[in-house]
Design a protein. Structure first.
Length: 205
């Protein structure tokens, strides 16, 4: 009688162990899934806040162009419940392409802040130096050389909700220009000097 009783006890214990194993596995897997944290949203895109206005003062057929205020980061298509409103944007590289296919890298990039769910301007001034400007007359729709596109690489730092986990999201923002200059650059033997005022529009690529 004692042996039969102990045999039943063993079967009962084995059945109980078999049922408890999946429950234990689920309990272990659940915290791992919940700890994955926020991911970078695909809604951070290039945006344009207004027209393009920039001036080149040319000496020796070389000059600089600066872009400020008109180019931005657009997060209006984002779910605003996913992250805190304030984000930080850290431009790491900016490249300007001219109509002669020359490319130029910006100097003095600065960090800034923006509001998640809105269209905000990129921080600071995107300054490009040592650009070649051919001698001649610059009139609308006819320029020896003009800016055609600009690409900015940046890291956007977001704070997830409700976890408050900070994540860094790399973005590449490209803008196409329809920008033309007005002015005159003297021939090289006369110093290759002049002032060109560029105006026009930008569109997000």
């Amino acid at each position: 009688m004692v042996n039969e009783s102990s045999g039943l006890d063993r079967r009962t214990v084995l059945k109980g162990a078999a049922w408890s194993a999946p429950v234990l596995a689920m309990a272990v897997a659940s915290p791992m899934a919940s700890a994955s944290g926020p991911t970078c949203p695909p809604c951070l895109t290039a945006g344009v806040l207004g027209g393009i206005t920039t001036q080149a003062v040319v000496v020796g057929n070389k000059g600089s162009l600066a872009f400020v205020g008109a180019l931005g980061l657009d997060s209006r298509g984002c779910d605003v419940t996913l992250f805190r409103p304030l984000y930080t944007v850290l431009p790491t590289e900016a490249t300007l392409t001219m109509s002669d296919n020359s490319t130029h890298t910006a100097t003095g990039l600065t960090a800034g802040v923006g509001t998640f769910g809105q269209l905000g301007a990129l921080p600071g001034t995107l300054l490009f130096n040592n650009i070649s400007f051919g001698s001649g007359t610059y009139v609308l729709n006819s320029n020896p050389v003009r800016p055609t596109s600009l690409t900015v690489k940046a890291n956007v730092v977001l704070i997830g909700l409700p976890s408050l986990i900070e994540i860094t999201c790399p973005v590449t923002l490209t803008y196409n220009f329809s920008v033309w200059g007005v002015g005159v650059v003297t021939p090289s033997f006369l110093g290759g000097a002049g002032t060109i005022n560029f105006t026009g529009t930008a569109t997000a690529a």
